[in-house]
Ligand binder design. Structure first.
Ligand SMILES: *Cc1c(COP(=O)(O)O)cnc(C)c1O
Length: 386
């Protein structure tokens, strides 16, 4: 092991299972290690660098804001967060935005808003957040409670009360809604960390209907699926529904930390001064980067994402060693015959970086990955799987 790898394990809390690769730099969807060896990046820093590394337009937007002012408090007005919120609302039909720094925080804000809404409307006992089995909503103690996977709960009990997860089944969801005094239902339209599992169209429609009938806020967690990842601006747009709250992060900032919670008509005025806050939230540099990202998520780019997606599905489906390909857009899950660990390692040896999600290979390449590079990467992955 080199010095940094040794020092890492000496000084950094070991929360991640690492791959033996030290990245030095990159350009677009190509990353370089210490020795200058190049890698095709099919991970984009877990769906964060949505225009790759060191993208010119993104860097220009961030640099310009950085030269101007790196931070100001939320008790004063500033332009970047307003322009970003306005654009997000114009593109989604949502009405207001709260900015934070991560996906978990965007979800925490969503839960607070839904709790306040339901408490005011129906009474303080309407506090339960209903989530789905196999979901993932983040790492705070409350978002662990929201996450419907026992694996993440072990040893961290007691978690925040007031969360219950149900199977992906509308009859059971309806039953739970009638039993628990819900404050909100929270779903991912494609379960990311859960293995890249898209929900059924009909199921999502029914969830939306149940929520509308009972005036229960529907929260869609778009932390991973948002910002063009699935070939539409937000994944709920594939399902013809109108969520009351949308949370997002990961790709939004194009590489800088930012979370956003978007409120629809029903909850737009739920918060008053003092209800919520975040010191770093709405940071102007992060917002300037995010604005330059969201400006580029147009129909043309979405069509390219869908085109690349179709090409990946066609290339990998029914290929030897590949049992199933799931996902939407450039969020792809691959169920393989061989163990994912051996595939990740072999891909790395051949210069391709992939991710895993549970027992699946997961791909989250940059939205603008050049077609030739994508083909090269997928062809190596396909060989390794066989
Ligand atoms: C990554 C992720 C989160 C957590 O985001 P952080 O920025 O790591 O807090 C929450 N929900 C979903 C669906 C995610 O994929």
């Amino acid at each position: 092991m080199n010095d940094i790898m040794t020092l890492h394990h000496q000084y950094i809390s070991d929360t991640y299972k690492k791959i033996p690769l030290q990245i030095e730099s990159g350009k677009g969807s190509v990353l370089y290690d210490l020795d200058g060896r190049s890698y095709i990046d099919l991970s984009s820093g877990i769906g964060v660098n949505c225009f790759g590394v060191a993208d010119f337009r993104w860097k220009s937007a961030v640099n310009a804001q950085l030269q101007n002012m790196q931070h100001c408090s939320n008790i004063v007005y500033s332009e970047p967060c307003v322009l970003l919120a306005k654009l997000l609302c114009e593109k989604t039909g949502m009405k207001k935005v709260f900015f934070s720094n991560s996906g978990a925080e965007a979800n925490e804000c969503a839960v607070k808003a839904a709790r306040k809404y339901s408490a005011q409307r129906k009474g303080a006992d309407f506090y339960t957040i209903i989530t789905l089995d196999n979901s993932f909503h983040g790492r705070t103690i409350s978002m662990l409670a929201a996450t419907g996977q026992e694996l993440y709960h072990r040893l961290y009990n007691p978690l925040t009360p007031g969360f219950v997860s149900v199977p992906i089944n509308d009859v059971l969801l309806k039953k739970t809604v009638n039993e628990v005094h819900p404050a909100a239902v929270m779903i991912e339209c494609i379960q990311g960390e859960g293995g890249v599992i898209p929900l059924d169209y009909e199921f999502v429609k029914k969830v939306d209907k149940i929520c509308k009938q009972k005036d229960i806020p529907l929260i869609v967690d778009e932390v991973q699926t948002g910002n063009g990842r699935t070939g539409k601006l937000y994944s709920y747009m594939h399902f013809d529904i109108k969520p009351d709250i949308v949370s997002t992060a990961k790709g939004l900032g194009g590489g800088l930390p930012i979370g956003a919670t978007l409120f629809g008509e029903k909850l737009q005025d739920i918060f008053e001064p003092g209800d919520h806050g975040s010191t770093f939230g709405a940071n102007p540099v992060c917002c300037a980067g995010a604005l330059s990202v969201v400006e580029r998520l147009d129909d043309d780019l979405m069509a390219q994402v869908q085109q690349k997606s179709k090409w990946i599905f066609d290339a990998l489906q029914h290929s030897p060693g590949i049992e199933k390909v799931t996902g939407m857009g450039l969020m792809i899950g691959i169920h393989t015959s061989r163990s994912v660990e051996s595939i990740i390692t072999e891909c790395l040896n051949q210069g391709v970086i992939c991710l895993t999600a549970k027992r699946n290979i997961r791909l989250l390449p940059a939205l603008n990955i050049p077609f030739e590079l994508l083909k090269q990467g997928i062809s190596i992955l396909k060989n390794v799987c066989s």
